[in-house]
Design a protein around this ligand. Structure first.
Ligand code: GLC
Length: 482
C-alpha cells in the first residue's frame, strides 16, 4: 500500500522516550522505540519540531532551521533515526515552521527586512490580534519599532512577500530532504502570507467556523490570514521539495481548503477534529472533506487529536474512544494518530506552574510504556509527570487481546484491505454508516443497542459489541458484504 495513504503517527519528541535520563524525550529515544510503530502498523512518523529553540513555544519558535536542539540530540542522531526508520520501512516527516521564527533567530538581527514591521509610531499599525490572545504587535525594545507576531511575542512573523525569505526556506527544505526527510507538516500555513498593505481586519459578522481564541474571534481575519497569495508561497515550497509529502496545518473551514490542496498533498480536517460526537456534525464534516480535490492524489488528513487541542479520549469521552478509533482508521486516505491515543491516554493535569502559557501541557504528558512510576519514559525526573501508567501502558495492552492498542493494530491492518471507494449511507437515525466498497462501517452514536443488517463481522470495537446483528451503545463495527 502507498505509504501516503497509510497512518502517520505524531511523535511529540519531548514526551515520547528519553534515552539519556534528563527527563526530556530525544531522537535516540524515538529510534529505540520505532518497533512500537512497526507493531502498530503505521507507515510514517511526524516529529513535532526538533530544531534549536529557546522553547518559548516548545520548538515552534525556531532559532536555527538546519540543526537539532541539543535537548533532542544532534544532526547525527537525526541521521541514525532516519536509518533506523528506513530499516523498518517507516517514513519520517518533519515539522516546518515557516510563518515565524524565534525572536532569537540570528535572522531577526541580521535580516530585519525578512520580518513584518509596522513603523515606530505610538501604537501598532493595525488592529490585528494574536492567535494566542492580545494584540499581534509588540514593540521591539531596541528600536522601538512594532513587529508582527501571529502567536507569542517571541515568534516574530516572517515576510513572505520578500523573495529572500522564500529562498531561505527553499534551502531549508532541500537541506532536510537531502538528509532523509520524506515530507513535512507545515505549521500555521494559512497565516503564511499577509496583506501587503496591512489593512485593518473588519469586525466579525459571522463565526469563523473553527474555534478561535476569544480575543481573535472578534475580528474577521480577512487581511491577516488565508490570503489568496498564499498559493504562490506554497508553490515555492512545492518546487523545493519535488514529490515529498506536504501536509498543511490549514486552520480554515473545509469549504476554504481547496486552494491549499493545489500545492499540498494533505490538509488536516479541523472541522472533524472539533466536531462534537454527534452524527450530523461528524457526517457533515466527513462528507465535505472527503469531496476535497486538488493536485493529483491530494486529499484530507483525518485527525482527532494532537499536541494543541486535547486528547481523543478526553474530547469524545472514554465510552466513545473505541468507536472514534474505528472512525479515524476507516475513513479513506491518510489518518494521523497522536502518540498515546492508541493506549487511551487522556488529558493530564499539566504542570504547576504551567510550561505552556496557553494551557496545552494537558495533552503533552509523556508516553506510558510500562506500569512503573514514570511509565518507562525516563530514568530521570520527567519534565511533565506521567498521567496514569499503572492503569494504561503499552506493555500491558500488548498482552491483552481486548485492549485499545490491539484494536488500533487490527484497524490499521484492516484499513489496508478496505476498498478505496467511500459513500455515506443512511440506515438508522442513531447510527453513522458509510460504505467502503461492499463493506459497511457503522458507528452507534447512542447509548442503546441498534440493529444492523447481517453480514460477516470483520471487526468490532470491543469483543461482543456486535452480537446477532445488534450493535451495542457507543460501539462500532465493520461488516463485510452486508
Ligand atoms: C501550530 C502548532 C502550535 C504552535 C503554533 C505556533 O498551531 O501546532 O503548537 O503553538 O502553530 O507555531
Amino acid at each position: 500500500m502507498d505509504w501516503r495513504a497509510g497512518v502517520v503517527y505524531q511523535v511529540y519528541p519531548r514526551s515520547f522516550m528519553d534515552s539519556d535520563g534528563d527527563g526530556v524525550g530525544d531522537l535516540d529515544g524515538i529510534a529505540a522505540r520505532l518497533d512500537h510503530l512497526v507493531e502498530l502498523g503505521v507507515s510514517a512518523l511526524w516529529l513535532s519540531p526538533i530544531y534549536p529553540s529557546p522553547m518559548a513555544d516548545f520548538g515552534y519558535d525556531v532559532s536555527d532551521y538546519e540543526d537539532v536542539d541539543p535537548v533532542f540530540g544532534s544532526l547525527e542522531s537525526w541521521d541514525r533515526l532516519v536509518a533506523e526508520a528506513r530499516d523498518r520501512d517507516l517514513r519520517v516527516l518533519l515539522d516546518l515552521v515557516p510563518c515565524h521564527s524565534s525572536i532569537e533567530h540570528p535572522w531577526f538581527r541580521e535580516h530585519p527586512d525578512w520580518y513584518i514591521w509596522g513603523g515606530d509610531g505610538d501604537g501598532p499599525p493595525n488592529n490585528w490580534l494574536s492567535a494566542f490572545g492580545g494584540p499581534a504587535w509588540s514593540r521591539h525594545p531596541q528600536t522601538g519599532r512594532w513587529y508582527l507576531h501571529s502567536f507569542y511575542p517571541e515568534q516574530p512573523d516572517l515576510d513572505w512577500h520578500n523573495p529572500e525569505v522564500v529562498e531561505a526556506f527553499q534551502e531549508v527544505l532541500r537541506f532536510w530532504v537531502d538528509r532523509g526527510a520524506d515530507g513535512f507538516r507545515l505549521d500555521a500555513i494559512d497565516r503564511l502570507v499577509k496583506d501587503r498593505e496591512l489593512r485593518d481586519n473588519p469586525p466579525a459578522t459571522a463565526p469563523f467556523g473553527l474555534p478561535l481564541h476569544p480575543d481573535e474571534a472578534v475580528l474577521e481575519p480577512r487581511y491577516s490570514r488565508d490570503r489568496p497569495e498564499v498559493v504562490d508561497a506554497l508553490a515555492a515550497l512545492r518546487a523545493a521539495v519535488g514529490d515529498a509529502l506536504l501536509v498543511g496545518e490549514v486552520y480554515v473551514p473545509t469549504a476554504r481548503m481547496a486552494p491549499y490542496l493545489t500545492q499540498l498533498d494533505r490538509a488536516f480536517v479541523f472541522e472533524l477534529l472539533h466536531a462534537p460526537w454527534e452524527k450530523r456534525a461528524l457526517r457533515d464534516a466527513i462528507e465535505a472533506a472527503a469531496a476535497l480535490r486538488g493536485r493529483p492524489g491530494a486529499g484530507p488528513a483525518w485527525v482527532f487529536s494532537n499536541h494543541d487541542f486535547g486528547r481523543l479520549s478526553s474530547r469524545f469521552g472514554r465510552e466513545n474512544e473505541r468507536a472514534a478509533a474505528v472512525l479515524l482508521l476507516t475513513l479513506p486516505g491518510t489518518a494521523f494518530l497522536y502518540q498515546g491515543d492508541e493506549i487511551g491516554l487522556a488529558n493530564g493535569p499539566g504542570a504547576q506552574p504551567p510550561h505552556d502559557r496557553l494551557g496545552r501541557d494537558v495533552c503533552r504528558h509523556p508516553m506510558q510504556w510500562d506500569a512503573s512510576e514514570h511509565g518507562g519514559f525516563t530514568t530521570g525526573t520527567p519534565w511533565l509527570a506521567a498521567v496514569d501508567p499503572a492503569e494504561r501502558n503499552v506493555a500491558a495492552q500488548r498482552e491483552d487481546p481486548a485492549s485499545l492498542m490491539n484494536l488500533y493494530k487490527r484497524l490499521i491492518a484492516l484499513r489496508r484491505d478496505l476498498d478505496p471507494s467511500f459513500r455515506v449511507v443512511e440506515l438508522s437515525p442513531e447510527v453513522l454508516t458509510f460504505e467502503r466498497g461492499s463493506d459497511l462501517v457503522a458507528l452507534n452514536l447512542s447509548s442503546e443497542p441498534v440493529q444492523l443488517p447481517s453480514g460477516e463481522v470483520l471487526l468490532e470495537s470491543a469483543p461482543g459489541a456486535l452480537t446477532r446483528g445488534s450493535l451495542a451503545g457507543h460501539a462500532a463495527a465493520v461488516v463485510r458484504s452486508y
